[in-house]
Design a protein around this ligand. Structure first.
Ligand SMILES: NC(=O)c1ccc[n+]([C@@H]2O[C@H](COP(=O)([O-])OP(=O)(O)OC[C@H]3O[C@@H](n4cnc5c(N)ncnc54)[C@H](OP(=O)(O)O)[C@@H]3O)[C@@H](O)[C@H]2O)c1
Length: 559
């Protein structure tokens, strides 16, 4: 039988003694007994008990059913939260459908909100997306609901939102409206719903619900790898493994308490010992954490440096992967351990050309307090005596794909503030003249924008100028950005959709409101990145004109 702690964790002298005794390496249990014969006060019974947790092939005993189930649950949960879902509202709309297509092209998982599944299927065909095929692939799911009647399920696993709804209209004359900044002063369409409901109540309902659901976004990117709620499961899964297996006299216990794991004891350097550890029994079925970037341990320690050890090989003293972490006396700390920063170690010696930690194939975890670091280096914080490490949780985490970027991108309209600023303009553009006749649409759009701005969710509001799909798309590098709501122009829905998709990975657009139009033929443009980095935050005092003195002190809700 094998002992599972490597001799490499021992002080050098112990290893020398083993060698000098010409140990038969095919019979390590004999090695243990022979070596121990020299050791006074060696806790033989404890060593034997440790030995007995092994099976004949050198692996730890079978895990409990709970652990296996946990590994399976981890794998299935992983599928759901790996990429996160991008919710697109107004997905059947002429811009929304293009946003769906753009996100799918970036391999995102998309949830499309619509009030009518058939209408959505038709709309997606228009942008060469086969709705059913994408649903079957698990890339797209369709959520049928009205914006002002949404349920929390809409936000399951949602990490980002593209808000592309707008008051739906239908032609009231033979001339259909396609450009709300142009056209005649008569109203060439009738509205299916009041702008107040869609532009304000609906948007506010969306962001208020999203604020509750998306607030846990970072937590959703982590998953509990192990649970310590049941003391009997914990004592069946975790075993103390101390230097007694090599002749030392260190003692430790591992137990569950208040939902956490407590590893405590007394570590001694007598008999050339110097380590204590708590090791989990090998899982029968490896845990697959392949979609995660690392582990986060919440720990309270005693000022010592400990090692977190991950085992991917079913050998008692095989290659292991170690991460040293510091603890602070009596303080809870979250320790982030990226998988790529674990050292591959065999018998406390780093093995440079060894395989790296394979998060898809994790068999066991172990925590250790040792006098030694790696390659004979001493643990600088080590002192013999009592120790205690509390582990509240072991979670796996996924790096946030775009930290510091907008989580909601709202498609707004240029001119939304102009009905409030009529005196500033000699000539009113048609949509401003029409706004009162069409349910004060601009005022409600502004109120909807304000709901986004005060939601607490990192946002970006892209105010399109006249949407005109008769022109060719110019590409987002040829878009012109301006702030202050003076801009007049046109932009295609293709370009707007591409910009919305781009905004999700643009930190410079976070908490920014900007108007957008296509570059005029003779217009000199800075690069897109330069233009974006020139944009002012909505709260910025430096802004040349603040169209939102309403935030947060004044509400722009029309009276
Ligand atoms: N026309 C312009 O020149 C212009 C200029 C600047 C900005 N904008 C604004 O840009 C945005 C996008 O314009 P667009 O032309 O792409 O939009 P669109 O084609 O008119 O589509 C609007 C979408 O909103 C959805 N919708 C409407 N009421 C809803 C409700 N109560 N609940 C859920 N969904 C609802 C509709 O989806 P379902 O019917 O499938 O549910 C529809 O897909 C709009 O806000 C628009 O006002 C327009």
């Amino acid at each position: 039988m094998y002992l599972f702690i490597s001799p490499g964790h021992l002080p050098l002298r112990s290893k020398q003694i083993f060698r000098s005794k010409s140990v038969n390496h095919t019979r390590p249990h004999r090695r243990l007994l022979i070596t121990s014969a020299h050791r006074p006060a060696w806790p033989f019974v404890q060593a034997l008990r440790t030995q007995l947790v092994y099976s004949a092939n050198g692996r730890l005993m079978r895990p409990s059913a709970t652990t296996v189930n946990l590994a399976e649950r981890t794998a299935s949960h992983l599928k759901r939260c790996l990429y996160g879902v991008y919710l697109v509202t107004g997905a059947s709309g002429r811009t929304g459908r293009r946003v769906v297509s753009g996100l799918l092209a970036q391999q995102k998982r998309v949830r499309a909100l619509t009030r009518d599944r058939e209408r959505l299927a038709e709309a997606l065909k228009d942008v060469s997306v086969d709705m059913v095929e994408q649903e079957e692939k698990g890339r797209l799911d369709v959520f049928v609901s009205d914006l002002f009647d949404i349920s929390p399920e809409l936000f399951t696993d949602v990490v980002r939102i593209a808000s592309c709804t707008g008051t739906s209209t239908r032609p009231s004359t033979s001339t259909a409206n396609s450009n709300s900044q142009g056209g005649s002063q008569s109203v060439p369409f009738t509205m299916e719903n009041k702008p107040e409901n869609v532009e304000y109540v609906g948007v506010k309902n969306l962001v208020n619900n999203a604020a509750k659901q998306l607030s846990g976004i970072d937590e959703r990117n982590t998953i509990a790898v192990l649970e310590f709620t049941d003391p009997s499961t914990v004592s069946a899964q975790w075993k103390p493994v101390n230097d007694v297996v090599m002749g030392g006299v260190s003692q430790s216990i591992v137990r569950a308490e208040s939902g956490g794991l407590i590893f405590s004891g007394n570590v001694s350097t007598e008999n050339n010992g110097g380590f204590a550890s708590a090791r989990m029994l090998d899982l029968d079925k490896p845990m697959d954490l392949g979609g995660y970037d690392g582990l986060i341990l919440r720990v309270k320690g005693d000022g010592h440096n400990y090692k977190m050890i991950v085992r991917c090989e079913p050998k008692s003293d095989g290659l292991c992967h170690c991460f040293t972490f510091k603890t602070r006396q009596g303080e809870w700390t979250d320790i982030t351990m990226p998988f790529k920063e674990f050292n591959s170690v065999r018998r406390a010696k780093t093995v440079d050309d060894a395989p790296r930690l394979n998060p898809k194939h994790i068999l066991a975890f172990q925590v250790m307090l040792s006098k030694f670091e790696y390659d004979g280096e001493l643990n600088p914080t080590f002192s013999p005596g009592s120790f205690e490490l509390s582990i509240d949780s072991i979670n796996a985490y996924v790096e946030e794909p775009n930290p510091g970027c907008p989580r909601i991108v709202h498609m707004g309209s240029a001119a939304t503030t102009r009905t409030l600023r009529k005196d500033e303009f000699e000539v009113q553009i048609p949509i401003v003249q029409l706004s009162d006749k069409i349910g004060r649409i601009l005022d409600w759009k502004l109120a909807g924008e304000d709901a986004v701005r005060v939601s607490g969710i990192p946002y970006c509001i892209l105010r399109a100028t006249g949407l005109n799909d008769e022109s060719e798309p110019v590409g987002i590098d040829n878009l012109f950005f301006d702030q202050g709501d003076f801009l007049i122009g046109n932009v295609t829905r293709d370009d707007m959709a591409a910009l919305i998709v781009k905004a999700f990975s643009s930190p410079a657009l976070t908490n920014v409101t900007t108007e957008v139009c296509a570059r005029a033929d003779d217009q000199e443009l800075k690069s897109l990145e330069e233009q974006l980095s020139d944009l002012k935050l909505d709260e910025s005092e430096k802004r040349k004109f603040a169209p939102f003195p309403y935030i947060p002190t004044r509400t722009s809700v029309p009276q």
